[in-house]
Design a binder for this molecule. Structure first.
Ligand SMILES: NC(=O)c1ccc[n+]([C@@H]2O[C@H](COP(=O)([O-])OP(=O)(O)OC[C@H]3O[C@@H](n4cnc5c(N)ncnc54)[C@H](OP(=O)(O)O)[C@@H]3O)[C@@H](O)[C@H]2O)c1
Length: 292
């Protein structure tokens, strides 16, 4: 199973490359310098050179405020980029694995979202990602769309200033005596390493076309996530809940975006760990926290 990973130096892409390679899979990483998915004329020739069986697309414009300010580029990358890849995958007979987001939902359900729930994005980012999903699901003959949420990984998330939430909290705990975090946005923080392992498992089991929610198990608010980070790292920092409206969002976002891995579970393929366990593993591996 020769796999091309697009967005290969991103948070998720770099872990997919590493996990697939350590699992013995032939893996070709492509960065934006080698392939811009929005460049329709380049997508097919570049992928044809690699001759993959599987194409994994982690590339996205996902900075929510930047998407709102530049919807044309957001749709060019997140929607038309996915379309370009779907057409190229068909020409090459490859399976397209496309990564999407919890932000396709509006949060009103206030209970974990199933793959069968109707999306209703609140912002340009969510709309452009939903359009990308629909291109993939309607055009790509062999496809999997996986929705992830609240990613953190060992590689920096360049689009969001280089620090994921966990590393930002650790940095603040060294610099400040107190930190205030919102308690009214509920999600499932998910380690990119776990998504990569789940994806390899899914592909090895020969999963067919489908939409798969793929997040850690359980849920928390950003405040609760920060509390667990400080507990595990034994930080003495004072953590408080931000007052309502203290950090007003410039762009509407779902207040609740927990996903249920219903399709993975139905197939007996869900190997995603509970989020606190994943966090402890990440802190130990990347920061040596909790290591004996
Ligand atoms: N981060 C999250 O919390 C989160 C939550 C839900 C869903 N997701 C989805 O998960 C996926 C991976 O996110 P991530 O956190 O790994 O993002 P990331 O760290 O920013 O990685 C994205 C990668 O895609 C590349 N890229 C951007 N535009 C591209 C283009 N037009 N053509 C080719 N490559 C391009 C980026 O390169 P440059 O950095 O050089 O631009 C980067 O290497 C995305 O589809 C995102 O929508 C993320």
């Amino acid at each position: 199973m020769k796999t091309v990973v697009i967005g290969a130096d991103g948070q998720l892409g770099s872990d997919i490359v590493e996990v697939f390679r350590s699992g013995g899979q032939e893996t070709v990483p492509l960065t934006i310098a080698q392939l811009d998915v929005a460049d329709a004329s380049r997508v097919q020739p570049v992928l044809a050179d690699a001759a993959p069986d599987v194409i994994v697309n982690t590339a996205a414009m996902h900075h929510v405020e930047r998407c709102e300010a530049d919807p044309a580029r957001a749709f060019a990358v997140n929607a038309l980029g996915a379309r370009n890849l779907a057409l190229a995958a068909n020409a090459l007979g490859a399976r397209l694995v496309h990564v999407s987001t919890d932000y396709v939902f509006d949060g009103a359900k206030q209970a974990p979202y199933l793959e069968s729930d109707c999306p209703l994005p609140l912002n340009v980012y969510g709309n452009s990602k939903l359009a990308g999903e629909l291109f993939v699901r309607s055009l790509a003959e062999k496809h999997c769309v996986i929705r992830v949420s609240g990613l953190y990984g060992r590689s920096p998330c360049l689009e969001k200033g280089g620090l994921n939430f966990v590393d930002l909290m650790l940095k603040l705990s060294r610099e400040r005596q107190e930190v205030r975090v919102v308690d009214d946005e509920v999600l499932t923080p998910t380690a990119t390493r776990d998504v990569a392992s789940q994806l390899l498992h899914l592909l090895r089991q020969g999963a067919g076309n489908g939409l798969y929610h793929c997040t850690a198990e359980g849920s928390c608010s950003w405040y609760e996530f920060a509390a667990e980070i400080f507990r595990l790292s034994r930080s003495p920092i004072l953590l408080s809940r931000a007052a309502p409206g203290e950090f007003p969002a410039k762009v509407p976002r779902p207040k609740y975006s927990v996903l249920e891995n219903a399709n993975l579970k139905r197939l007996g393929l869900n190997i995603m760990p509970p989020w606190p366990e994943a966090l402890a593993g990440y802190l130990q591996e990347k920061h040596g926290i909790g290591a004996q």
